[in-house]
Design a protein around this ligand. Structure first.
Ligand SMILES: [Zn+2]
Length: 183
């Protein structure tokens, strides 16, 4: 039986189909008996992009990692909050940042906030975090994680750009100057 939310369905919203898919999922589900602490002691911070299947792309299995996602995979205060809890309460040690080609944040600018303000009469407190250079954006994100005073472990922080057309990760060197040399 398919668990796909794309399965033919009658009337109903997308959410109705997701809930239906969950019933099928749960009918075959067996309690893996896992601890909340990620097996691989790693947290992955990534863009919310729909084309990025982190578990498949990184060979991750259920229970392996914490996954923290937002528009752009940006290291916001809230991402630092999650990473702090991930490391201090749930034992992770490594951080992997995954941005990607063709990101929606490359198509907008900080003007987005001004446009919002004009439309709704209130400027959001958050930055849009738009960017033009994805490599530089990954470097900035690594730097934000590395310099956070709240984290216990900052010696294994690596950043990558995922190519949505090839599925390959390209590692970004923390220092400016382009990609890290191939290992
Ligand atoms: Zn993106």
């Amino acid at each position: 039986m398919s668990t796909s939310a794309h399965a033919p369905a009658g009337a109903g919203t997308v959410t109705d189909r997701l809930v239906e898919a969950n019933r099928t999922y749960a009918s075959a589900f067996q309690d893996p008996g896992m601890d909340a602490r990620p097996v691989l002691k790693v947290a992955v911070v990534a863009c919310m992009d729909a084309r990025l299947d982190l578990h498949a792309a990184l060979g991750l299995e259920l229970g392996d990692c914490h996954t923290i996602r937002n528009a752009g995979g940006v290291v916001t205060d809230d991402v630092i909050r999650s990473l702090t809890i991930s490391q201090r309460a749930l034992g992770t040690r490594s951080v992997i940042l995954v941005h990607h080609t063709g990101c929606g944040l490359e198509t907008i600018t900080e003007e987005f906030r001004m446009e919002l303000e004009e439309e709704v009469g209130q400027r959001p407190a958050w930055a849009v975090e738009a960017f033009r250079d994805v490599d530089q954006d990954v470097r900035q994100s690594m730097q934000r994680v590395r310099t956070s005073p709240f984290l216990l472990h900052n010696d294994d922080i690596r950043g990558f750009v995922f190519d949505v057309r090839t599925g390959l990760l390209r590692e970004i060197s923390p220092a400016s100057g382009g990609s890290a040399p191939a290992a």
